[in-house]
Design a protein around this ligand. Structure first.
Ligand code: FAD
Length: 416
């Protein structure tokens, strides 16, 4: 069934009896050509592009819980391509271009909203860094604008411009950045993949891997053994646990990141604002809630909830940037598990086991990468060659000293 405005009207006139489930609920088959482990955004996008763009068949996505229950449904929905380094910027700009056509491509309303994102700067040195980043973006075909203080003030007059310690001096703006409704991205890719024959199998946890003579034969699951020619792992915060089934120890740690939503307020913030003097960023959802977040909790954990010190830290950041946020009541908060890599950049690569591929290390920036990550991973799985925008995302960059340290902050996950 194709979704459209006419379809909605027709269904409204006939009592909404024609809607069908958006995807099937198939039982696992004995074997597949491709198994994607993890039904988050990246896993579902991979299956979708494998079937649609690379014309592959006999594909299954195995998800231990339910579609959208992981980070894809827990993030703060920001998309942007304002990266500096050659290893990153073409990839994220590729992702941005895919976002721009995504809803038409998979025929699903994902509420892609290019409402603009600003990264504030508070010192002359930060202005220099923002200028450099903006120039790098433009050289890679992305859009970037440097705003002065008055231009920022005309957008968001309520910000704390004259803060004695952190005065706002301007911002780097990317107008094409914005937000996308996160769970709809999972549902849209799931529906699109299902329509192309992909089996999406929920409540199916991968508990082991059968590897013989260095070759992948298939995966042990909570629903029995399933054979596969190629297995692609895209499990985000569970990366270390799942790849341990293949005897691999990853250059990665799992940390909690929290998100917060206020009560519904009248329209106040029509873009995305990122603080440059503390870890705090904020946007406003279409329901009116202020959606905001900050730093990771800073200790290793697989718990999908966080602790009070970071709540306090985020609240302090918010108060310092826009003091009136202290009048808003907090409605909800939650946590997700981040697959923090050692240089803050992801990995999309083959492993030493023939037929085993890995996609992870997204830290807290992987939502915006979902379309490009799915496309690049599908490219790698189908052709055994990295996609041209993802050639730097290799495992061996840590051994070779070719880290992609976007922020130049060092080789520790909690620094990124
Ligand atoms: C609070 C928060 C805010 C964020 N904000 C942003 C943002 O604004 N912008 C941005 O770009 N990024 C953001 N991120 C990061 C982004 O959400 C993640 O990087 C990205 O979603 C990870 O990829 P995924 O969608 O595939 O992960 P997930 O949705 O977590 O998918 C992985 C799936 O693997 C499944 N799985 C795990 N183990 C197994 C197993 N053994 N067998 C089968 N299945 C398994 C899990 O159940 C899960 O569904 C944020 C994250 C959080 C938590």
């Amino acid at each position: 069934m194709r979704y459209s405005g006419l379809r909605v009207i027709a269904e409204a006139l006939t009592g909404h009896k024609g809607w069908k489930p958006a995807w099937r609920d198939p039982a696992p088959q004995a074997s597949y050509d491709y198994i994607i482990v993890g039904g988050g955004g990246h896993g579902l996008a991979t299956a979708y592009y494998l079937a649609k763009e690379f014309k592959q068949a006999r594909i299954a996505v195995l998800e231990k819980g339910w579609i959208g229950g992981g980070n894809v449904g827990r993030n703060t929905t920001i998309v942007r391509s304002n990266y500096l380094l050659d290893g990153n910027e073409p990839f994220y700009e590729f992702s941005m271009k895919l976002w721009e056509g995504l809803e038409q491509d998979f025929n699903y309303n994902a509420m892609v909203s290019q409402r603009g994102i600003i990264n504030l700067f508070h010192t002359d040195a930060q202005r220099d860094a923002a200028t450099r980043r903006g120039n790098a973006m433009i050289m890679h075909g992305a859009d970037a604008e440097l705003l002065n203080k008055e231009q920022v003030r005309s957008l968001y007059p309520f910000l704390n411009f004259e803060n004695a310690r952190f005065p706002i001096k301007g911002a780097l703006m990317q107008r094409r950045g914005g937000t996308v409704r996160h769970d709809a991205v999972a549902w849209g890719y799931a529906r699109g993949a299902d329509q192309r024959g992909v089996d999406i199998i929920q409540n199916c946890e991968v508990t082991g891997m059968r590897i013989e003579n260095g070759r992948m034969l298939g995966v042990e699951t909570s629903r029995g053994f399933i054979g596969a020619k190629k297995v692609g792992v895209a499990v985000a915060g569970s990366s270390s646990k799942v790849m341990a089934h293949a005897g691999m120890r990853l250059p990665m740690e799992s940390h909690v990141l929290q998100a917060f939503v206020s009560e519904g307020l009248k329209p106040l913030i029509d873009g995305v604002i990122t603080y440059g003097a503390g870890h705090f960023y904020v946007s406003q959802s279409d329901k009116g809630g202020l959606v905001f977040g900050g730093d990771i909790d800073g200790y290793n954990s697989y718990a999908q909830r966080g602790n009070m010190p970071v709540v306090e830290d985020v609240a302090e950041g918010g108060m310092s940037l826009m003091p009136m946020i202290g009048r808003a009541r907090l409605l909800r908060m939650w946590g997700g598990i981040m697959d923090m890599s050692m240089d803050g950049s992801p990995i999309i690569d083959k492993t030493d086991t023939e037929g085993l591929y890995f996609n992870g290390g997204w830290c807290y920036g992987g939502f915006k990468a979902t379309p490009a990550s799915g496309w690049a991973f599908a490219h790698l799985l189908a052709t055994d060659q990295p996609h041209k925008t993802a050639t730097a995302y290799r495992f061996d960059r840590f051994a070779k000293g070719l880290m992609i340290d976007e922020k130049g902050q060092g080789a520790q996950p909690n620094l990124h």
